[in-house]
Design a protein around this ligand. Sequence first.
Ligand code: URA
Length: 271
Amino acid sequence: MTAADISPAAALLDWYKAMGVDEAIEDSPVDWFAAAEKTRLAAKATPVRKSPETTPPPSEPRPGFASIAPDEAVMDAEKRAASAKTLEELEQTLSEFNGCPLKATARKMCFKRGSNNARIMLIGEGPGRDEDVQGLPFVGRAGKLLDKMLAAISLSEDDVYITNIVYWRPPGNRNPTPLEVQACLPFLNRQAELLDPDFLVLIGAPASQHLLGTTQGITKIRGAWRDCELGGKTRRALPMLHPAYLLRTPAAKRLAWRDLLTLKAALGAKE
Ligand code: URA
């Protein structure tokens, strides 16, 4: 193969990368153009009978993942979450749940990291690449920075419970969609109910906006306590800047430091 043959393929890969495509859903590639052409020719030959087998949509789920209607997924999630009496049981039943479409493209489920007796529950937007490999939330670069931020106010993994609004990695690290969040929400509610933390820390815009039901930007709402309905109670919730944002925008670290001091003050006041 010559360099001239390779460059269009390399350009296509670059384009996929730029679009956030970094997962192969199937073990072998599918030529959807060829499939479409086959269908077109078949339809031409027999115009009244289209063969559905030859026209799988590009979003065909990975074998083993039947697509479930969103309302059915939420009902199933609610039933499963309610049946769990402990956080361990909740993790087990979540692992058997197929109602969140993200599960079809993720490697591992990321349920939680930290202590089941924590007073603080931190909630992020969704696992990234490192989390997807390790099966734990916030273990990549952003997670390491989060740990340092917590250490700066004398908190360790033993003092916090860390999770996300979705339990599987959104492909290409895009934001989770409202449907994906809705499918996972019963489990998050039950996590909060079983843990019963004194404080929630909402990390980044997607978690803050979904859980507070607001479209306000994170830079507007960060650093001020809000009421958040989660796990059958109104809880105090502090929206904060996401550590991934702080890695890209170091100047914003001083705002994050202020928010950490706000959290520390609330912890001290409740002791
Ligand atoms: N970002 C998140 O919001 N959650 C993780 O678990 C990792 C990165």
